[in-house]
Write a protein that binds this ligand. Structure first.
Ligand SMILES: Nc1ncnc2c1ncn2[C@@H]1O[C@H](COP(=O)(O)OP(=O)(O)OP(=O)(O)O)[C@@H](O)[C@H]1O
Ligand SMILES: [Mg+2]
Length: 591
């Protein structure tokens, strides 16, 4: 897990001028630009983009930008001076105005097209032209590719106005969704889960847009009113933003022989992807067919590890379509996501997500995305039967690799050297039937308790396993549950090698403290519950950023024991009055 680096790292980038000097477009310049595009970037109306890997697009700045937040951790990792986040020229660029950037940074950004598959089924209907040629970065515009301390990063504005892929929408992101994504990215990074990162967040003090949302306390499934919200631009940073859906777009065109350069474009995007995301593990000198096989194997390894990590920390992506699945193997697009509170394998905060994208079905959803990815690579291997077989094997072994990752993850959460199927399945049943708070349960278990007393802090006493309020009749059943929990805990204690303190015959093979410390690095104390985030964005929209800053501070140290005051405020069961509340427990949209 991530340890905090000392904050005194020397800044090498103190001005926008310094940052501009690090720009390096040499890799993207090998890609094809849409030949129909307006070179100046004034290309904001929805239209079909038939060829090319990217479209030059000018971001549309937000009016009267105000600083909301930046990630001190990412600034430090990049060697950026914190003062830059509030300096006039940095604010101007990262709130969407590229008109006066210093060279060699370019004055025009770019947006990319991508295809969509939902749980392994190809879609074109989401595109206004029904062809798939109008779908892609509708409001995400990249503004810089730079090599910083030997690592290549892409910086992308979200909510920077319309692109040809905007599908008639406004190209904006509201402060609410931007605060959520900004905080979540840095929280996930601190949790040790690969993710796009947050650089900065600016809000407009004058410009607002309307979005459907929930009235205060509404229990309706769908938003019941339109609200006017301030627009914001957040900047996210990653080695690339290439998605499974992006590779699929070029593969679909190659398959359909959509244009004479379709196969060449597929090949180029795949080689580009390898350079951007796998340059250090795939030998540049290999033939393309060998590279493609290695790419599939490496991505399988990253994707399975990613999803196991999601489950470790209680994260549900919510909308794990192929266009929200980064081929670099990190979390991308914090839309209708959530962190599991009441443990439920079917937990899914997005009302449109169904069971297929629910919490413990994420390994299956990942497999569907991986299948689509492998299918997209196939056209590159048609002349190499042996490589096709290898690709098919890599694809068909996904579930085995995923299973192994999951078992290793559960074993680590339980502080065991190996997965123990019976112990785990009894635990899963108990966690559902009680039910427990996922984060608090595992953190309390990490104290290596003698009896179930500490674990009971995680019990939602007022709920039964279906989440409904518990009736009095069910109270009696809780005593039986406690007996079952005690039996489970005794079994767990034996398997950890700690034994029970009351068991005179037990010979602890390792100290409780050692086990506890190890488990506390796997089981976070703090997770970003939506009812912490809502007040932060509500206050931010009134110009009060204090709650957001506190949350950022707490959630970027999720494994640490923080002050008693922080513990009292953030290490808590979800209050029963907040169950089933729209915007806190579920959402139908998030942009
Ligand atoms: N307000 C908007 N204006 C234009 N396009 C939009 C808007 N909201 C969403 N889109 C586009 O709709 C598609 C699906 O939306 P989704 O919620 O996955 O995207 P997102 O949160 O904007 O995207 P990303 O995956 O880039 O984080 C994306 O291609 C996105 O660019
Ligand atoms: Mg998306």
């Amino acid at each position: 897990m991530k340890n905090r680096l000392p904050r005194e790292t020397i800044s090498i980038v103190t001005t926008l001028e310094d940052l501009a000097q690090l720009a390096d477009y040499s890799l993207m310049d090998r890609l094809n630009c849409d030949p129909d595009a307006n070179a100046g970037g004034n290309d904001h109306a929805p239209r079909q983009v038939f060829t090319g890997h990217y479209v030059p697009v000018d971001p549309t700045p937000i009016e009267a930008p105000d600083y909301v937040a930046h990630s001190q951790d990412l600034f430090q990792e990049l060697g950026f001076a914190d003062s830059m986040a509030q300096s006039a020229d940095f604010v101007r660029v990262f709130s969407g105005d590229l008109s006066s950037v210093p060279e060699p940074m370019r004055k025009v950004g770019w947006a990319c097209g991508y295809a969509l598959s939902i749980y392994g089924t190809e879609y074109n209907q989401q595109c206004p032209f029904q062809t798939g040629n109008g779908y892609g970065d509708g409001r995400a515009i990249s503004v810089l590719e730079a090599v910083i301390n030997g690592r290549r990063w892409e910086m992308q504005l979200k909510g920077a106005g319309r692109t040809p892929y905007c599908r008639g929408a406004d190209g904006r992101a509201v402060l609410r969704s931007s605060v959520r994504e900004f905080l979540a990215q840095e929280h996930m990074h601190a949790l040790g889960v690969p993710t796009s990162r947050s650089l900065s967040l600016y809000v407009s003090t004058t410009e607002k847009v309307k979005r459907p949302w929930y009235s205060e306390g509404s229990r309706s499934l769908n938003p019941d009113r339109l609200i006017s919200e301030p627009v914001a631009i957040s900047t996210r940073v990653a080695p690339s933003f290439i998605r499974v859906g992006q590779v699929e777009l070029f593969a679909r065109r190659a398959r359909n022989k959509a244009h004479p350069r379709a196969m060449e474009e597929l090949e180029k995007i795949v080689l580009h992807l390898i350079d951007r995301e796998y340059g250090d593990v795939i030998d540049h000198k290999l033939d393309i067919e060998k590279k493609v096989v290695l790419l599939a194997r490496e991505f399988r390894s990253r994707l399975t590890s990613l999803v196991a990590n999601w489950i470790r920390v209680g994260y549900c992506q919510g909308n794990f379509n192929s266009d929200n699945c980064a081929v670099g193997g990190f979390t991308l697009d914090y839309g209708p996501f959530g962190f599991c509170e009441v443990f439920n394998p079917l937990y899914q905060p997005w009302t449109g997500g169904g069971h297929h994208f629910s919490f413990l079905n994420q390994p299956a959803a990942a497999e569907r995305n991986f299948q689509m990815f492998c299918s997209a690579l196939r056209p590159l291997l048609t002349a190499h039967q042996d490589c096709l077989w290898q690709l098919d094997e890599i694809r068909s072994d996904f579930s085995k690799v995923m299973q192994a990752q999951m078992e290793a993850m559960w074993a680590a959460k339980l502080g065991l050297d190996a997965f123990h199927a019976d112990l785990f399945s009894e635990l899963e049943t108990l966690m559902v039937q009680t039910p427990v708070d996922y984060t608090i349960f595992f953190r309390e278990l990490s104290t290596v308790p003698d009896d179930i007393g500490p674990l009971k802090k995680s019990f939602y006493k007022e709920l039964n396993s279906t989440g409904a309020l518990r009736s009095l009749k069910q109270e009696a059943a809780s005593e039986r549950m406690e007996k079952r929990w005690s039996a489970w805990l005794a079994k767990w204690q034996r398997l950890t090698g700690i034994g029970s303190l009351t068991d005179a015959n037990s010979l602890p093979s390792r100290s409780r403290e050692e086990l506890s410390n190890q488990m506390k690095l796997v089981n976070p104390k703090y997770s970003m519950r939506e009812w912490f985030v809502a007040p932060a964005y509500q206050q931010a929209s009134k110009g009060n950023y204090a709650p957001l800053r506190e949350l950022q501070q707490v959630m970027t140290q999720p494994y640490a024991e923080q002050s008693k005051a922080i513990e009292g405020k953030y290490y808590r069961l979800k209050p029963s009055r907040l169950f089933e509340v729209g915007g806190l427990s579920h959402y139908s949209c998030s942009s």
